[in-house]
Design a protein around this ligand. Structure first.
Ligand code: HEM
Length: 472
């Protein structure tokens, strides 16, 4: 009796599995998926990038479409992946992973507007960034003449800049809270985009098991508690109607808007902005310095331009970029090569739609392959090498090809682009003006192979720091 019951259940289960794995009508072509596993065994789960030339895939039983080219404009976010479940267990939205809807719209609008009001592109934001750069410079001066591993320094500095925007505070680079925060984020992103994340997303049956992906949920609890404690402390020192930073602005807004805005959402937004603004900027800086050290001629050309434009000035300002076409080209080329968020953040169709003559049903996972656009032949003069000429025209003026999409495109595109561009410019210009960066003689040949993750990072390296003289 029991045997036949089990058999019936297995038949029902397989029936549903096979029904789900049917390709939707007129769906784009792609490799044949297996029941339950989808195309899991056809992907390299440590670095799926090289397999994403297929147009459609199955992540478990869920159909997904990989978009190359520039039309990545589907604005939903898929739910029920590890990265969502890590956060959704605690609060429903935030910005990055919130599905398309009024709450996401309102929070995105608020964040963009507040970043702007706090002086994005103007002085206040610039002052906060330049203040943090003084700490980077002091740290590098201390290590002048020696070799450092820049990874922690850039992570801490990018993290502090976000904290200055959110709470008006920064941590010393040795501070244990800062280290704990950065560690939590790094572990979550590694897990969510590593093999354990793929297994979690593909096989819902294993989710309850005590496997390593549980660590992501524990870390997320820690982050939520830290953010909530900071907000509570901040509340005690604030004067209503006199906002000092983004958190104060949100608390002021809470009084007027009880529909989308609440304190849980604020916790979500603090974590989102911190997470989105730290790894991205610091990994881009790491790539930039790796290439500058190993291309001393390019480094020197930037330094000449910077010295000339900043002659007699104490500090760089973001406006100076208009007079630094070569340095601008190098920064953009570093971003192109860094390919920092290669598969963007996954999107999802919000309704049945058409794409290149194919039918894409509502709820289809969309994977924007930004990586392929950033090195697409025909879009770039030198798609496969580090070459600032990719951003310079015949007259040596800075020009940005439309395939430059490291911040993605469409309504979900990065809302921190302005802040990130300002950080990259001011940090690179100030450090190149003050120091020379040298590849260590004993380090052998540099290895440019990137390490794949939600954000791509260069392999760890050491950086020689020498003080430059007489230019300031
Ligand atoms: C070099 C630095 C950065 C890069 C390359 C980058 C790249 C990206 C990309 C590719 C996306 C996904 C867009 C999409 O879904 O289509 C994104 C989203 C986002 N980024 Fe950035 N980002 C950077 C810095 C920042 C900074 C500094 C902040 C913080 C203010 C930030 C905040 C966000 C947020 C909140 C989203 C989600 C937007 C939404 O879902 O509506 N990013 N970013």
């Amino acid at each position: 009796m029991l045997d036949s019951l089990i058999l019936v259940w297995i038949c029902i289960f397989l029936f549903f599995v096979f029904i789900r794995i049917q390709r939707p009508k007129n769906f784009p072509p792609g490799p044949r998926p297996l029941p339950i596993f989808g195309n899991l065994f056809q992907l390299d789960i440590v670095n799926p990038l090289k397999d994403l030339d297929k147009v459609h895939l199955y992540i478990g039983g869920r159909p997904a479409v990989v978009l190359k080219g520039l039309k990545a404009t589907f604005s939903g976010r898929p739910q029920n992946l590890l990265i969502n479940n890590v956060t959704d267990k605690l609060y429903v939205t935030g910005i990055i992973l919130a599905d398309y809807g009024p709450s996401w719209k309102e929070h995105r609008r608020f964040a963009l507007m507040t970043l702007r009001n706090f002086g994005l592109g103007k002085q206040s934001m610039e002052k906060r960034i330049l203040g943090e750069i003084e700490h980077i410079v002091a740290h590098l001066e201390k290590s002048g003449g020696s070799y450092i591993n820049p990874k922690t320094l850039f992570h801490d500095a990018a993290s502090n800049i976000i904290y200055l925007v959110l709470f008006g505070i920064r941590y010393n680079y040795e501070d244990q809270t800062l280290k704990a925060l950065v560690r939590c984020f790094t572990e979550i992103t590694k897990l969510a985009n590593g093999p354990w994340g793929t297994i979690y997303d593909t096989l819902p049956l294993v989710r309850a098991l005590p496997l390593p992906f549980k660590k992501a949920i524990v870390n997320s609890e820690k982050l939520k508690k830290m953010a909530a404690d900071m907000i509570n402390k901040h509340k005690m020192q604030r004067v209503s109607g006199e906002p000092r930073d983004l958190v104060d602005c949100y608390l002021d807004q809470l009084v007027d808007d009880q529909v989308c805005f609440d304190e849980e959402q604020l916790v979500g937004m603090v974590i989102d902005l911190h997470g989105a603004g730290t790894d991205t900027t610091s990994n881009t800086l790491l790539t930039a310095f790796l290439y500058l050290m190993t291309h001393p001629d390019i480094q020197e050309k930037c330094q000449q331009e910077i010295d000339e434009v900043l002659k007699g000035k104490a500090q760089a300002s973001f406006e100076d970029r208009h007079n630094m076409p070569y340095t601008q080209a190098v920064i953009h080329e570093s971003q192109r090569i860094a390919d920092t968020v290669p598969l963007s953040v996954f999107h999802c169709t919000t309704r049945d739609t058409q794409l290149m003559g194919y039918s894409i049903p509502k709820g289809t996972l969309i994977i924007p392959n930004l990586s392929s656009i950033l090195s697409e032949e025909g879009q770039w003069k030198f798609p496969h090498e580090f070459n600032p000429a990719n951003f310079l025209n015949e007259q040596g003026q800075f020009e940005k090809p439309e395939a430059f999409l490291p911040f993605s495109a469409g309504p979900r595109m990065c809302l921190g682009e302005g802040l990130a561009r300002m950080e990259l410019f001011l940090i690179l210009v100030t450090l190149l003006r003050r120091f020379q960066f040298v590849w260590p003689e004993d380090a052998g040949e540099p290895d440019f192979t990137p390490v794949y993750g939600i954000t791509v990072t260069p392999k760890p390296y050491r950086m020689g720091v020498r003080l430059r003289h007489g230019e300031i």
